[in-house]
Design a binder for this molecule. Structure first.
Ligand SMILES: [Zn+2]
Length: 223
């Protein structure tokens, strides 16, 4: 269910001059508040409203957009503020999707520096929802990869007797990303059982340092 108002209602409430006889038609015509080019031409109505799509377009100045853009112009408010007050009016506390909680910086790190959720939502709701899911999956995959990098950093720190330095590196990474990694990494590293990808990273470290964790030599000496 949309919480957005009907575009024709918005036009009428804000006293746009609507052409008699067009209300209820597919295209509702009215005087364009953006360019005012039709204001002195009695029979001209350049702004067309499409009630089904809840959009407007001026045939003269080419301004177009959704109901929020029109409302924003007519009331001199930001679209994001209008959305917020509509939500409150509707007693509708909007629960943000985790993707929408990502910071500008976090979005930038996964290659989406310019997302405008409000505009996306207004443009096409289904597309917006799919895109939101996509962005969030990208973020989770990114964090997952960074956790593995942190794992490798800590493991290298242990083998090179620079555990403190490794912890500091991971803490710095945590700050940059705005997520916690260390607790998970330490838990995994102190576990006897390794995931396959953790083992791969360990082997990679062994090959670079040309040495193994005592854990491995211990195991082989028992066998
Ligand atoms: Zn116009």
């Amino acid at each position: 269910m949309s919480i957005l108002p009907n575009i024709v209602d918005v036009a009428l409430e804000h006293n746009l001059t609507v052409k008699t006889g067009t209300i209820g038609k597919k295209e509702v015509l009215c005087k364009c508040p953006f360019c005012l080019e039709d204001s002195n031409k009695p029979n001209k109505y350049y702004l067309s409203l499409n009630e089904n799509k809840n959009v407007f377009k001026c045939w003269y100045c080419k301004k177009y957009g959704g109901v929020l853009k029109l409302l924003s112009f007519l009331t001199d408010q930001k679209e994001s503020d209008i959305i917020e007050s509509l939500r409150k009016q509707n007693g509708f506390s909007y629960k943000k999707h985790p993707a929408e909680k990502l910071s500008r910086n976090q979005l930038r790190m996964i290659g989406f520096p310019n997302i405008n959720w409000v505009n996306n939502r207004e443009f096409d709701v289904d597309l917006y929802k799919a895109f939101r899911e996509h962005v969030y999956k990208e973020w989770l995959a990114f964090v997952d990869y960074q956790r593995l990098e942190a794992y490798q950093t800590i493991y290298t720190g242990i083998l090179t007797n620079d555990y403190k330095g490794a912890i500091a590196k991971v803490e710095k990474l945590e700050l940059e990303l705005g997520v916690n990694l260390l607790a998970d990494v330490l838990k995994e590293i102190s576990n006897d059982k390794r995931t396959e990808r953790a083992s791969e990273r360990e082997e990679f470290v062994h090959s670079i340092l040309n040495k193994e964790h005592p854990f491995y030599t211990l195991q082989s000496s028992i066998i």
